[in-house]
Design a protein around this ligand. Structure first.
Ligand SMILES: [Zn+2]
Length: 229
């Protein structure tokens, strides 16, 4: 793992427990668990995972120009993402956003001009009172200075994607988003915690491109699922 990632995951708060093994640690992830992070070599694919056949083949049709992720959805990223989603842990949001910032953004330019976090449907937000993607987006905004653009919302309650087949996912997500505000820039990054089939992202891209056909879109995500590779 790059030294910069190790440095970044340190906190100034003092000793706490590692998010993965719960041992006392000065860092959000202890040095042993940091060794377990199998991160993508993004330099080898020119900072675009769409150029890596293994990843590209699993995504089917795409509506965006670039895909960036830290690694595959496997230990230990899967545990950190589950903790973010289901335990609503702000420490997980911080660790994952910092990991993305250090492993991806510090090495890659030019950045898009704004970050669009994938919105949660209001009914799901009312149940959870938490949007894990927004928590990571806020941290990335802090680190990068890039503005957050909340320009879309979901207008249909969608069934949890993980429970559905590919065809069901596409039906479930058809026209799931609507544009609520103008997009004030030419290049945007859509942020999600994990990319599975890419149908959620494509649905969001469709809405943006309907209104802004020349918009350049890249996808930022913590992990891509190995289910489709
Ligand atoms: Zn640990």
């Amino acid at each position: 793992m790059p030294a910069s990632v190790t440095i970044l995951l340190k906190t100034a708060i003092g000793r706490q427990s590692c998010l993965l093994c719960y041992q006392s640690s000065d860092e959000l992830l202890c040095p042993w668990c940091q060794q377990d992070l199998c991160l993508f070599n993004l330099q080898a694919c020119s900072y675009n995972l769409l150029l890596w056949p293994k990843i590209r083949q699993g995504l089917g049709e795409i509506r965006y120009q670039r895909l960036l992720a830290c690694g595959e959805y496997q230990w230990p990223l899967d545990k950190l993402i589950k903790g973010l989603k289901f335990s609503r842990s702000p420490r997980n949001a911080r660790a994952l956003a910092d990991l993305f910032y250090e492993h991806v953004l510090t090495h890659y330019r030019p950045w898009p001009q704004a970050i669009i976090p994938v919105p949660l449907h209001p009914s799901r937000y009312r149940t959870r009172h938490y949007n894990q993607t927004m928590e990571m987006a806020k941290r990335l905004h802090q680190r990068s200075g890039l503005p957050l653009a909340e320009v879309c919302k979901r207008h249909k309650a969608t069934q949890a994607q993980t429970e559905l087949t590919g065809a069901q996912r596409r039906r479930n997500l058809r026209q799931a988003f609507i544009l609520t505000r103008p997009v004030p820039v030419q290049r945007v990054a859509i942020l999600d915690d994990i990319i599975t089939t890419g149908t959620t992202i494509n649905s969001l891209c469709d809405v943006l491109l309907q209104h802004y056909p020349d918009l350049q879109i890249e996808i930022w995500t913590i992990a891509v699922s190995p289910l489709h590779q």
